[in-house]
Design a binder for this molecule. Structure first.
Ligand code: ATP
Length: 356
């Protein structure tokens, strides 16, 4: 087991795409770290560069105090699970799990014993003679994990390992993987498109944009206090309201309404300063009666979220989203008010969070 440290890591592909731009990142020993970001931001490139499958064009990769920047993938002592699991179709489960040990020239009886032990740990004992084609997606995923575990690497690298599973299996696999990682305590870097997955599983996470890390933090920090408007707009199952505003003394003028300055930005704004006011719909409660410190407008869209509704209000031509508790749904065209929680609203200046 080992920490992973990236220093000024840069990858420019032939043709000039700068997929990683001088990244600095330290992932402590034993941490479960998620990489999140829109398609094409460089997540897979980052993982492959840690694994040595891509060569860095600048900077360094250190794993457990050893600089492995120039080391071949086989010498890095990390194990990677790919999106498609990359199982061998002609080998049974035992041989698939034992394959990395065969490459390391471990004796047959030893590697079969190891495959049986790891397979049992992952609940595969009754499937050891089957081939991948005779397994479900979830079972194949466990075989791929077992193969990684059998290698006893210093770090695990997962590239969207759950993306081929259906919604229910995916939830199951999420819990399972998290538990396994806890038990083994192996430093793990996990790439995902799915922010719910990252929020649920990671100890810490990084949000990437165009080859840069835009924020590093615990899931709670990234969700509650996005460091910039990019992360604020990217994280959250319903996007945060990001509304233009101007500071006037103790109040903010937002969409033609007066709101108190959020607690986090109190005393930090100059008079006349242009800002962006951020509040998640979850912290923006809908009221059917006129309310103070609220954004008042007309209901234009209602979306059912299951236990609640997401309402979109047209507030002086600015769209504002709020949550309506069950049983209080307004009708389209009704007049309504969105009341932001002052202790949860945020202020951005030049795209960056203003906070004391
Ligand atoms: P996704 O979520 O869609 O898998 P990603 O965040 O993993 O995307 P990468 O696959 O790392 O992104 O790609 C980062 C950038 O590098 C993209 O602009 C991509 O087009 C480019 N890229 C990736 N691989 C190569 C390559 N072999 N040659 C040239 N450009 C590449």
């Amino acid at each position: 087991m080992a920490a992973i440290e990236l220093r000024g890591l840069t990858k420019v592909y032939p043709g000039g795409v700068r997929a990683l731009d001088a990244l600095d990142l330290v992932i402590p020993d034993g941490e479960f770290f998620a990489l999140l970001g829109p398609s094409g931001c460089g997540k897979t490139t980052l993982l492959r560069t840690i694994a040595g499958l891509e060569t860095a064009t600048g900077g360094s990769v250190v794993i457990g105090e050893r600089d492995v920047t120039g080391v071949q993938p086989g010498g890095r002592d990390v194990a990677m699970v790919f999106q498609d699991y990359a199982l061998f179709p002609h080998m049974d489960v035992t041989d698939n799990i034992a394959y990395p040990l065969r490459i390391k020239k471990v004796a047959k009886t030893t590697r079969q014993a190891k495959a049986a032990e790891v397979g049992a740990r992952l609940g595969l004992e009754h499937l050891m003679d089957r081939r991948p084609g005779q397994l479900s997606g979830g079972q194949q995923q466990r075989v791929a994990l077992a193969r990684v575990m059998a290698t006893q690497a210093q770090a695990f690298l997962f590239d969207e390992p759950l993306s081929n599973l259906d919604a229910r299996l995916r939830l199951e696999a999420r819990t399972f993987l998290k538990k396994l990682q806890r038990e083994l305590g192996v430093t793990t870097v996990f790439v995902t498109h799915d922010q719910a997955e990252a929020l649920a599983m990671a100890d810490r996470m990084a949000v990437m944009e165009a080859g840069h890390i835009r924020q590093i933090g615990t899931p709670a920090e990234v969700f509650q206090r996005p460091a910039n408007t990019f992360v604020a707009g990217f994280i959250g199952s319903t996007p945060m309201n990001l509304l233009d505003g101007v500071a006037h003394g103790g109040t903010l003028e937002v969409a033609g309404c007066a709101l108190p300055v959020p607690t986090s930005a109190e005393g930090l704004l100059a008079d006349g300063e242009k800002i962006v006011y951020g509040v998640r719909p979850e912290y923006n409660a809908y009221a059917a009666e006129p309310a103070a410190d609220a954004l008042g407008g007309k209901v234009v869209i209602m979306e059912n979220l299951g236990a609640s509704h997401l309402v979109t209000l047209d507030v002086n031509d600015v769209m504002v989203q709020a949550i309506v508790p069950e049983g209080r749904e307004p009708a389209i065209g009704d007049q309504g008010w969105a009341v932001p929680r002052r202790d949860r609203a945020l202020v951005y200046r030049d795209g960056e969070l203003v906070a004391g």
